[in-house]
Write a protein of this length. Structure first.
Length: 305
């Protein structure tokens, strides 16, 4: 592949395994590089599979954050001058925070019957299911027990996924099925984590067999489903159109399968050294450094941003 000669004006950064290090932080070096690029006019955005409520505060507080692509592209938000307040507005305990209301530029939810079909395919599987809706992450008490156990297990293991406690960012429902019976038209994305990679692979075919959906894995032990045509790539281009930026002037940086669409559609595709092997093959640039050693800052430097 050849790198576009068009100057980059919009850069979309995946979070886990890309922008965030294994401690869930943005290093001081990377913060400095991204802030300087923003000061020079580059629009830098987090592009995540998470809903708005789960955008880490450490990211929302960065001075370069004004927009956010969330739920694998099911929603794109203008966060105005108070990104952290916009994130807190989708917390279950929002009343305990100073909040602001974001503007949703792009929202692409499931058709009602398709949402119900996908939910039934997930219902009863041995994992923890999150339903993303209007920027919120919705679980019930049964799901929360799974995630509490998963959090305790992963807290002792260094990995590329930045785990997050339930500090209010997750909305706990009385019952997911009850919520789905009334709100199926509001679903942005389904995201289930399993006990193991083997278990995720066992159930993956039942979702890839469903017509009218997009299925990706943000990590080897999970399955993520959005409506057909909903992915990070389409929403990156939608934001570029909104901002009057040509496709050739866009950069995508990622590491995993749920970044594939934006890497394929961006003007320049950059993949982290720690990225999945088949995802690295999509890249115009592969960083020499991984997400624990300022790989994003390296990519920006190599592109002169």
């Amino acid at each position: 592949m050849s790198i576009s000669s068009h100057p980059i004006l919009l850069a979309a950064l995946d979070l886990d395994g890309t922008l965030l290090n294994s401690n869930g932080e943005v290093s001081p070096c990377t913060q400095k590089v991204l802030s300087e690029a923003s000061d020079r006019g580059v629009v830098v955005i987090p592009a995540t599979g998470r809903p708005l409520a789960s955008l880490p505060p450490v990211v929302a507080k960065q001075p370069w954050v004004h927009y956010a692509l969330t739920s694998n592209g099911a929603a794109v938000w203008d966060l105005g001058g108070d990104p952290l307040g916009c994130v807190y507005s989708r917390y279950a305990n929002a009343a305990e925070h100073e909040t602001s209301q974001p503007e949703c530029i792009v929202r692409r939810c499931f058709p009602v019957e398709k949402a119900r079909e996908v939910y039934e395919a997930f219902h009863g599987l041995p994992g923890g299911l999150n339903i993303f809706s209007d920027g919120r992450a919705l679980r019930d008490t049964v799901q929360q027990r799974f995630f509490d156990e998963r959090f305790a297990r992963l807290a002792a293991v260094k990995g590329t996924e930045a785990i997050q406690p339930n500090d209010g960012r997750f909305t706990i429902l009385r019952d997911q099925s009850e919520w789905m019976s009334r709100h199926a038209h509001e679903v942005e994305k389904f995201c289930m984590f399993f006990h193991s990679v083997k278990e995720a692979q066992q159930y993956l075919p039942r979702f890839t067999a469903i017509e009218g959906v997009e299925v990706v894995q943000g990590s080897p032990d999970n399955i993520e489903v959005t409506a057909a045509g909903v992915n990070k790539g389409e929403s990156l281009l939608a934001l570029a159109d909104h901002l009057g930026i040509p496709r050739e002037a866009t950069l995508a940086v990622g590491d995993s399968e749920n970044d594939r669409a934006m890497l394929e559609k961006a003007g320049v595709a950059a993949v982290m050294a720690n990225g999945m092997e088949h995802i690295r093959k999509l890249a115009d640039i592969v960083s020499e450094n991984d997400n624990d050693h300022d790989g994003v800052a390296e990519i920006f430097a190599r592109l002169g941003l």
